[in-house]
Every structure is written in C-alpha cells, then in structure tokens.
Design a protein around this ligand. Structure first.
Ligand code: HEM
Length: 474
C-alpha cells in the first residue's frame, strides 16, 4: 500500500517539476505573447477561475485588458494564445499559416482516433479537397441556391408553426423552450458535455485515458459511437440502394461515387461519416441556439418585438413566407438577427486554430501546435467600439434611413479560409424562421415568473437556459 502511495507521490512530484521546468526555462518563452505568471502543473487555471469561473470568454477578455490583444495562457497541459482584438484576428486569421485547426488526441476520439471531417481537417491538405468537394456537391443539390433552400425551410416551418399551435392549445398558451429548436437530443448531450469552463478534457486531454468516467470521456465515447452508428446506417442504406453509381442524389452519394471513381486516398468511408457528423453538429446547435436567443431577447425587449411585427406585417402578406423581394425590405429583421449574433455570440471562442509552422503574430512567436483561441465574444462585447455592448439594441445595425447596415466587426461566422461553410444556409433559415415566428405569434414572459435568463448554458456553443414563454397566436 505504502509502495503505491510513494509511487503516486513520486510521479506527481516528477510531473510538477517537469512542468515547472518547462514554464521557467523554455527557450522560446521570451518571444511568446505576454500573459499572467504560470503556476507549475495548473498553469493559469486558478487565475482564470478567479476572474470568472463560469464564462472563460469573460476571463480572457479581462486578461486582454491587462496584457493586450494577444495573451499567452497555460491551460493545464495546453499552451494557448488568446486573441482578443478584431484587428489582430482580421490580419492574422486570414493568413494561410494560421488556417490550420488545433487538434489533440481528445478531439480525435470522435473519429476513430484520426484527424477526419472538415471542421477539424488539416490545412492545406486534405482540407482543400474536402471543402471544395463539399461545396461543389452541396451546391449541386441546392445549397446556396435560394429556391431550393427555401422550399426545404418552408416545409420545416409549416411543421414548426403547426406543432407550436398544438403545444399552446394543450398548455394554456404557455410553452417551455428547452432545446426546442435542436434537431437531436444526442447533439445537446454532446455539446453540453464539452463544457469549456468545467471540462478537464480541454485542459488535460491526456487524462481521458486515465480517468474516463471522471473526465466525462466515457459519456462522450458513448455519444460518438451512437452518432457514428446512426450516420453509418444512412451510408449503408445509400450503398445498398446503389443510385450513387449513376445518378447521385445527395452529398453522401457524391462522396461514395468519389470513393469508387476518384484517386484521392482521403475519400474513405470513415472520412464520410466524420464529414456527415460535422454538418450534423456544426449546423444544428449553432442555428438553433441563435434562434432560441432571439426569442429570449424579444421577450426581454417587447419594444423590439413590436417593431419587428410592424415591419413584417407591412412587408410579408399574412399566411405567406418571405421571398427574395420581401427579404430585401426586412431591414429591422436583419438588424435584430445581427444584434442576436453579437449579443449571444453562440460560438464564443470561435473555431480552434493553430499555426502550420512556427509563426509570428505581431511580434510574438506562435509555436506550431499552439492552441489559438479567437475570443469572438470579446470582439462582440468590446466596450470601446460598441459603447453599450450589454444592451440588446438592433438599431446599431441600421443607418440613418432605417436601412440595415452590416458591421465588419460582427464576425459570428469567423475569418478567412476557415470561415463557416454553412453561413448562407444559416442566415437564410434564421431570417425565415424569425420572420414567420413573429408573424404568427407574440412572445411574452409568463406573469409572476422570472424573465428568461441572460446568462448562458455553457458548452461548445452558448445556448439559453430553459425558459417558459406565454405565447399569443396572431
Ligand atoms: C448561427 C449559425 C452558425 C454560426 C454562428 C457558425 C459559426 C461558425 C464558426 C465561428 C466557425 C469557425 C470559423 C473559423 O475558424 O474562423 C464555423 C465553422 C464551420 N461551420 Fe458554422 N456556424 C453556423 C452554422 C453552420 C451551419 C448551418 C453549417 C452547416 C450546414 C455549418 C458548418 C460549418 C463548417 C463545416 C465549419 C468548418 C469550416 C472549415 O473549417 O473549413 N455552420 N462555423
């Protein structure tokens, strides 16, 4: 017993000494971006928790105020650089050398311990092939084409309005929004299990193999398996059907065909399942949380809802869906969506980036493999620029004639080559959903109950906490 205890203590001491040595004597440390003093082993975790233990993006912004736009932080065993400034993001995240994704063993767990899929793919290869392939095939099947996308969205919207009406009849006009717009319960479980503020997997990814239960790795492995099995079933069905050989009907068919006829070894069945998982995960949580935040903000700001209804009623005939011509006149709707993206910042820390080789960001060295964190929440809440960032005020996206004006500093979809691939579909669906919901319903808070909370449930994306709304049909 004593022997085991001594071995553990010696092990811990060795770990402690190695990390202390690495921190103090690293040959590169004088070229790195400034940051708080790092403690051995934990790095800056205690300081970050002290500043804000619940929302890391707020703690990072605070460090930005002290150390500047580019800050070094040691997150347990992970060395990271946090970029807090729009100018630095715009200049550096658009460069090829900052277009790779930070990737570690934990992130590979979802895809058979390989770096697969498009979101996490290595830059430039195979990312270029996968992104080009996905865009070409998605476009062939209607992605980015207004009419094709619109008809799918309208079918879904019809169902949503119908279901919401039924729920209101059954519940005396009160509806509970608890991940209501999210496609899959598995997705919710997965995204919440990746809580950036509390998950040890982010800061000690190697612990997942030593303490799988305690770190939540077992749960995640179960979800990954269920998700991959579900996606594989679809692939098997398409293979069995065989249409992909002659007249592919969707992205999966296109990929299967490429596997058979192309000569790129990256096109494997595991790659296909990972790619489908990417669209499934990236596409649903982000958009559904943004829409849910819209409802929260409307309930909390009834004057915004009134203005929205006034505009929608004057532009879109009752009982119809908005078309391209209506859309060009829905200035306040667009401004409300822009303000929701800014205020909620559903992907607060953007997509994880790394440098393809040792590179410089301003005068600071970014060693290859560094986790580059893009604090999108920080740039969307920069007081010097937005003046009153905590207020929900769509008017900041309107010009003096009441026309929508975009703002270059609003970057919910990221930067450069790795910018969100789904932006066209996300923007169109959000506009259609918000317009039709507000055209058909008015959302109020439930009397004698607290207002829907403004602080988020943390995960990879930030969603609102479950809330109840009193809804009146119009
Ligand atoms: C409100 C909705 C959405 C938001 C706020 C959002 C945001 C983002 C952000 C910030 C990134 C990382 C960009 C970077 O590294 O600079 C990203 C990447 C990505 N998003 Fe989205 N996204 C949304 C919807 C969607 C949808 C609907 C899809 C799919 C149909 C999608 C697919 C992707 C993919 C595939 C990537 C990886 C791109 C790459 O690495 O090349 N997203 N998204």
């Amino acid at each position: 017993m004593l022997d085991i205890l001594s071995a553990i203590l010696v092990g811990l001491f060795a770990l402690f000494s190695i990390s202390f040595y690495k921190v103090i004597f690293s040959k590169n440390s004088k070229h790195l971006a400034p940051g708080p003093i790092r403690l051995p082993f934990l790095g800056n975790l205690l300081q970050l928790a002290w500043i804000n233990s619940k929302e890391p993006q707020l703690a990072f912004s605070k460090l930005g105020e002290i150390y500047g736009s580019t800050v070094s932080v040691q997150l347990g065993s992970v060395y990271a650089v946090v970029i807090n400034s729009y100018e630095v993001m715009e200049e550096y995240l658009t460069k090829p050398e900052f277009s790779d994704r930070y990737f570690n063993g934990w992130m590979a767990e979802r895809s058979w311990n390989k770096q697969l899929g498009i979101i996490m793919s290595k830059y430039p290869h195979p990312w270029t092939q996968l992104r080009r392939f996905s865009l070409r095939h998605l476009r062939d099947f209607g992605f980015g084409k207004r009419d094709a996308m619109q008809s799918v969205i309208h079918a879904e919207l019809n169902d949503l309005v119908h279901e919401l009406n039924i729920s209101l009849k059954e519940n005396n006009g009160i509806h509970t929004f608890d991940n209501y717009f999210t496609v899959s319960a598995l997705n919710v479980e997965l995204f919440e299990s990746c809580n950036v503020a509390n998950s040890f997997l982010f800061v000690f990814p190697e612990w997942r193999n030593w303490f799988p239960e305690w770190t939540g790795m077992s749960t995640q492995r179960r979800i990954f398996k269920e998700m991959n099995d579900f996606l594989q079933e679809f692939v098997d069905e398409r293979k069995k059907l065989g249409i992909y050989k002659t007249s592919p009907e969707n992205l999966v068919d296109g990929f299967l065909r490429e596997m058979e006829t192309g000569d790129d070894s990256e096109f494997t069945e595991q790659q296909l399942v990972a790619l489908m998982g990417d669209f499934f995960m990236a596409g649903s949580e982000t958009s559904s949380n943004t829409l849910a935040w819209c409802i929260v903000y409307l309930i909390r700001n009834p004057e915004v809802q009134e203005k929205l209804q006034k505009e929608i009623d004057s532009v879109v005939p009752k009982g119809t869906f908005p078309d391209a011509e209506h859309e060009s006149k829905l200035h306040y709707v667009k401004a409300t969506l822009a303000e929701t993206h800014r205020r909620a910042s559903v992907l607060p820390l953007g997509g994880p980036r790394t440098a393809t080789e040792d590179s410089y960001c301003k005068q600071f060295l970014i060693p290859k493999g560094t986790y580059i964190i893009t604090n999108l929440h920080g740039i969307h809440h920069d007081k010097a620029y937005w003046k009153d960032p905590e207020n929900f005020r769509p008017e900041r996206f309107l010009d003096e004639n009441g026309k929508f004006k975009s703002d270059p500093r609003l970057k919910p979809f990221g930067f450069g080559k790795r910018i969100c691939l789904g932006e066209p579909v996300a923007s169109l669906s959000l506009l259609q959903y918000l317009t039709v919901l507000v055209q058909n319903f008015t959302f109020y808070w439930v009397p004698n109950e607290p207002l829907p909370a403004i602080n988020p449930v943390l995960g990879i994306t930030n969603g609102p906490q479950a809330f109840r709304a009193l809804i009146e049909c119009r």
